[in-house]
Design a protein around this ligand. Sequence first.
Ligand SMILES: [Zn+2]
Length: 258
Amino acid sequence: MKLTNKNYYSTKANQAFFSVSQVKDFLKCEAYAMAKINGEWVEEPTTPMLIGSYVDSYFEGTLEEFKERTPQIFKKDGTLKSDYIKAQQIIGRLHQDELFMSCMSGKKQVIMTGEIYGANWKIKMDSYIPHEAIVDLKVVKKLREVSYHKGWKQSFIEKSRYDLQLAVYQEIVRQNTGELLDCIIAAVDKQDYPDLDCILIPNDQLKFQLDQLRWKMPHFIDVKNYNVPAKRCGVCDYCRATKKLEKLIFPDDLIVFD
Ligand SMILES: [Zn+2]
């Protein structure tokens, strides 16, 4: 199957290839991931996702097409809703920064495929600068917000597994070109005065993320090929929407222990 910008997100492409977002779905809930892959569970894009797409499509040079196919970003009188006026202001801010714009100066939405841990993968890069760098654009809530995971502080990059995403991109680009490129997150946030930075993810961190994935992939491949039933997490939107009561429970069952 030859991937293009038209069929990249199609059910056929999702069934034929693994992607980072699929792996993130599998880590969350296997039943949910499979329902999405098969097109049984379709999620409407959220406002934060649409703001991200707005900025992405601006850099890709396809903002007009994006506006045409996304009427929900407009008010009844035809003007942009405030969230997208904000997106427009963010774009204006990014234009004032030379380093940010140079990170975003690569080829846009470049698709590549490759093989990792026994599966075929697809990637689509926001800004690909051949021989130099792979850049992914992120519009986040607050750039310097830290969260805790098992007692460790982490940034939005680890929390959202953007390091895993770029680890996969780096490996697929290496397979296609023989070059190990720098991996950068070009990030901007939605504060009144947006914070912005271009963050180079160390190769050690990328390697660690890819190594961690090695042990999980055989199971995900088995589930995706229907060799093993997909486990239900029991608490996600998909699981709640499709849940069937089988027995009475006790009050203690309502308390989830990690
Ligand atoms: Zn679930």
